[in-house]
Ligand binder design. Structure first.
Ligand code: SF4
Length: 363
């Protein structure tokens, strides 16, 4: 554990905090895109370690949270098709759609199983040849390669009863969409560690070059995050925005070339619906036509009524960084992890859940 312990070192954390306070003169608004960073920041009280010049906002980097109601509704509808078994990561189970959730669908008799990997889903397909096994493909570029690999493996093994309901999303177009909306003025972005390990740093270059926004890729320990903040502050103070990596033990500038090849061999890029933003062109993945037999959208006729949002829920605004969870009137009153109204209160990476669990110090 020595390697990890270094990145949790209290003395180093304090020294970084002091340095940031010393060098930060201009007001700076930073957004962590990734839900994993949101949780790490809240859990470790990082906001309290920063000077008042720095405001931290959470972004749309929780894959469950950004999944639009219409897509959750489709997963629920798929669960209602006879002879279909749904396999999904656990976070998706309780996420409310417009009218129901996978958890409710399971209570009503749907065969819905939590899996920890696509390998588990494939095994369920092997063990149940008379049923159709659909995997709910939610996630970003960090998840996409394993789903691509599962499709290739299913094809290799001749598994005919496996398919993917593909709602995978790409992070850089979402960042661009947020910046183009112009609702929030950012000075810096803490770029996601796991996603960047796959896609590399190249996709962020337009944010520094064209939008003048400092970009630093961070890991998930307190020292990682404070190092990234320090690098961001240095860029902002010197008016020299660029893309840097603080998380050098996990990320290379070129990303993971093999994973990128795998993804591009299975997926085409398509528009995707994002909660709170709407459809963002070229921000999602769909299975290539040659893998149509593994595409749940092509295998089944999935019909849903028009989607709707939960009244009063501000998840869309939370995901855009426009409001913080305590500004939602339902927060901690009608909406809590035991009774979530919106996805941001359900997911382990959800901003509302993080605020609920760890408090809302420093707003
Ligand atoms: Fe939605 Fe609940 Fe968060 Fe409000 S507190 S934005 S209702 S998840």
């Amino acid at each position: 554990m020595r390697f990890i312990d270094e990145f949790r070192d209290a003395g180093l954390t304090q020294r970084l905090s002091s340095k940031i306070s010393r060098i930060s003169k201009k007001p700076a608004r930073l957004m962590e895109f990734c839900g994993g960073h949101t949780v790490a920041i809240m859990r470790n009280g990082i906001r309290q370690l920063l000077p008042p010049t720095i405001e931290m906002l959470s972004g749309p980097g929780c894959p469950v949270c950004v999944t639009a109601n219409q897509d959750i509704d489709r997963a629920v509808a798929l669960a209602g098709i006879p002879n279909v078994t749904i396999t999904t990561f656990g976070d998706m189970l309780k996420v409310p759609g417009s009218y129901s959730s996978l958890q409710k669908a399971r209570a009503e008799g749907g065969d819905i199983r939590i899996v920890y990997s696509t390998q588990d889903a494939l095994q369920i397909a092997r063990d149940n040849p008379s049923r159709s096994i659909a995997f709910i493909g939610i996630g970003f570029e960090s998840t996409a390669p394993t789903i691509a690999a599962s499709v290739i493996q299913a094809e290799k093994e001749g598994i005919k009863n496996y398919c993917v309901l593909c709602h995978l999303k790409m992070t850089p177009p979402a960042m661009k969409a947020l910046l183009d909306l112009g609702e929030i003025k950012l000075n810096g972005i803490i770029c996601p560690g796991h996603v960047t390990a796959i896609i590399g740093t190249h996709p962020y270059e337009p944010y520094a070059r064209d939008y003048g926004i400092a970009c630093v890729v961070a890991g998930f320990e307190p020292v990682d995050i404070l190092q990234a903040v320090e690098m961001l502050v240095e860029q902002i103070e010197t008016a020299n925005p660029r893309v840097e990596i603080a998380y050098t033990r996990g990320v290379k500038p070129e990303g993971n070339v093999r994973a990128l090849e795998l993804m591009s061999s299975v997926f085409d890029v398509t528009g995707a619906a994002w909660r709170g933003v709407g459809t963002i062109p070229a921000s999602g993945f769909k299975l290539k036509d040659k893998y149509a037999r593994f595409d749940a959208d092509k295998v089944f006729k999935i019909e849903t009524p028009p989607s709707r949002e939960a009244p009063g829920c501000l998840c869309g605004e939370v995901l855009r960084g426009v409001v913080k969870p305590p500004e939602c009137k339902l927060f901690k009153k009608m909406c809590a992890p035991e009774n979530p109204i919106g996805p941001c209160m359900v997911s382990s990476e959800g901003t509302c859940a993080a605020y609920y669990q760890y408090g809302d110090f420093n707003g």
